[in-house]
Structure formats: structure tokens, C-alpha cells
Ligand binder design. Sequence first.
Ligand code: DGP
Length: 113
Amino acid sequence: MSDCLFCKIVAGQIPSTKVYEDETVYAFRDINPMAPVHILVVPKRHISSADEVTAENSADIARIFEVIPRIAKEEGLTNGYRVITNCGADACQSVKHLHFHILGGKQLPDNMG
Ligand code: DGP
């Protein structure tokens, strides 16, 4: 999508600090880190949110969940980490391109709000 921020990051039109890339997945550091490690993992093709995952595109999401533990290992998150996706207005999703936050490197709060 031409007006999507994360599509532009995937395309290299907006700079990002890349952590991982393959044919279908791109991962980069969050611009506003909420933990010592805060990485966003996205499908390269535009999917608006978790609400738009279908049988047609779910292989890209499965691939993301293969990649996440590899990133966590490379980032040294041996004591655990959190994976979050915000979906829609009530969850305060601010970028309408499906993304999974990897948060770690400290003890995270157990209150999810
Ligand atoms: P969410 O609230 O779940 O939609 O999270 C969106 C995240 O995207 C938020 O943690 C900040 C991050 N973000 C927004 N704009 C940029 C950007 O231009 N570059 C990077 N690296 N991250 C961004």
C-alpha cells in the first residue's frame, strides 16, 4: 500500500534499523523503544492487522513465528520475552500494517491493562 508507513520501511523508502529480512518477513528496531530490546516484525506484504489474517496469507504469519525465536536468540533474550500485536482501536493499534512487537531485556510488567 503506497501510503502505509511500514510498507515504506519494508521498501527502504523510509530508513529503519534492520534486524532481520527474508523473502516475506522484515524486522527492525522500534523508533520508541519500551524495553532494552524492542523489535517490530512485519510481513512484507501488506496485511492491515491480525483481524485480516486468512488462509491465503497465514503462511507469512507462520514464517514470522519461526523468525521470532531466532531474533530473540540473537538479541540474547535468554530469560524470556514478550510478543504483542495490537489489533484495532481498542488495542491502540497506531500503524495499520500487522506487526509483532518483541519486547525484552528486562523484567516486564505483568499487568497487560
Ligand atoms: P502499535 O501501537 O502496536 O501500532 O505500534 C506501532 C509501533 O511502531 C510503535 O511502537 C512505534 C513504532 N513506529 C512508528 N513509526 C515508526 C517509524 O517510522 N520507524 C520505526 N522504526 N518504528 C516506528
